[in-house]
Write a protein that binds this ligand. Structure first.
Ligand SMILES: Cc1cc2nc3c(=O)[nH]c(=O)nc-3n(C[C@H](O)[C@H](O)[C@H](O)COP(=O)(O)O)c2cc1C
Length: 379
């Protein structure tokens, strides 16, 4: 495979015409179509929205227990973790915080309050176990419960990894993002569009991605969770989904495969890093989430704050893309981890998430979901 062939195909050339786009049976994005429609149980209705939460590598490690009346209990599927890049399940817990936030919003939409009990059987440390992360008791519907205006943006929320437009963010964008936290989340959102800081962060986030790519176990973990082509994505509606027509075409002719992405020096490996570099270089600002502590409750709070920020961004037509490598706990990221904390949290605290932000050049499709039925605990 030559680099110029790869680029020609990325531009949507002849190979796509030759291979076409194989029709696939089930739509991996069906969960986004009118979520909860037809559900009569208010819990299932709300959960149909909660499963649209951002979550690391789109592992969707959620197991929901509905066996107790008016109660939703969340457990974790320990076969869907990220043991190398998320050794203490910090990020997986953040994803559960995002899930909880959307759940609470979707219940409020039905006029129901959520009585939240975090870690009702204790916090699992240093790793999650089979104990629940939270239990939510729902109240009968009442007009006293006010819907959250951010809920309107759930269908448009995305993780957008594409290059961003040159359009600058405004000071009003930054203020709106920083003000996105709910009254009880316990995590702060900070944002910058300062050119010098943005320039430094562009280099740092790309460094994190490059370090990960050259840390074999960490890189392998991502590659093993990457599915390329329409058919592979339909069969695996989770993980990192590369099923745009050009990707499907390149995969069909063997130019772009997870195996090739895994090997440094291949064109697939180099082009993946180049794609990330373009993403970093077109960051128009950065947003990060800080918590005072580093416990499980802080992680849940961080997830709630992150998705609220992501919803504010979606409402303003902004795109967001987390870059988590430099915040991760494995050894090769340590110097960058320390630097990011010195730069972004000089007064202390744990940076839980760091994302680039900008106006998108065009819309993107939502990420696949496994669907609610796949995540309900058998009782
Ligand atoms: C804690 C956390 C860390 C994440 N880190 C990254 C990251 O480093 N790079 C990335 O491209 N996406 C990252 N994401 C975004 C997820 O990959 C994304 O939410 C998931 O693929 C589902 O896509 P969606 O957000 O468009 O629904 C992260 C999300 C969360 C909650």
């Amino acid at each position: 495979m030559h680099r110029r062939d790869f680029i020609r195909v990325l531009g949507g050339g002849a190979i796509f015409a030759a291979t076409g786009c194989a029709p696939v049976g089930s739509d991996p994005r069906a969960a986004w179509d009118n979520p909860g429609a037809g559900e009569t149980d208010p819990r299932r209705k709300a959960l149909s929205w909660a499963i649209l939460a951002p979550n690391p590598h789109n592992m969707q490690p959620w197991i929901v227990d509905l066996s107790a009346p008016d109660t939703i209990t969340l457990h974790i599927d320990r076969s869907r973790l990220l043991p190398v890049t998320d050794p203490f399940n910090r990020q997986i817990t953040i994803g559960c915080g995002a899930f909880l936030e959307l759940l609470v919003q979707a219940l409020a939409q039905q006029g129901r309050a959520a009585g939240i009990e975090l870690f009702p059987k204790g916090e699992a440390l240093p790793r999650l176990d089979d104990r629940p992360l939270f239990r939510v008791r729902i109240t009968p519907a009442t007009e006293a419960v006010r819907p959250d205006p951010l809920f309107a943006h759930v269908p448009a929320r995305r993780t957008n990894r594409e290059a961003y437009a040159e359009t600058p963010l405004t000071a009003a964008d930054v203020r709106a993002l920083a003000g996105a936290t709910g009254p009880e989340t316990g995590a702060a959102i900070a944002a910058t569009i300062d050119p010098a800081r943005v320039a430094a962060l562009r280099i740092q986030v790309y460094d994190g991605a490059r370090i990960e790519a050259h840390t074999p176990a960490a890189h392998r973990e991502s590659v093993e969770r990457t599915f390329i082509g329409a058919r592979a994505v339909a069969e695996h509606p989770w993980g990192i989904s590369l099923d745009a027509p050009a990707m499907t075409a390149m995969n069909a002719v063997g130019l772009l495969t997870p195996e090739k992405m895994a090997i440094p020096g291949t064109v697939a490996f180099k082009e993946s890093l180049k794609f990330l570099k373009t993403g970093a270089d077109t960051a128009r600002g950065f947003v990060w989430i800080i918590t005072g502590g580093a416990g499980r409750r802080d992680q849940i709070a961080a997830g709630r704050a992150y998705v609220r920020g992501n919803l504010v961004a979606a409402g303003r037509g902004l795109a967001m893309h987390p870059w988590s490598q430099g915040l991760q706990e494995y050894a090769t990221q340590k110097p960058l981890y320390d630097q990011l904390h010195r730069d972004l949290a000089p007064n202390g605290g744990r940076i839980q998430m760091l994302s680039r932000i900008g106006y998108p050049k065009s819309g993107i499709r939502p990420a696949p979901r496994r669907g609610l039925a796949a995540q309900l605990k058998d009782v």
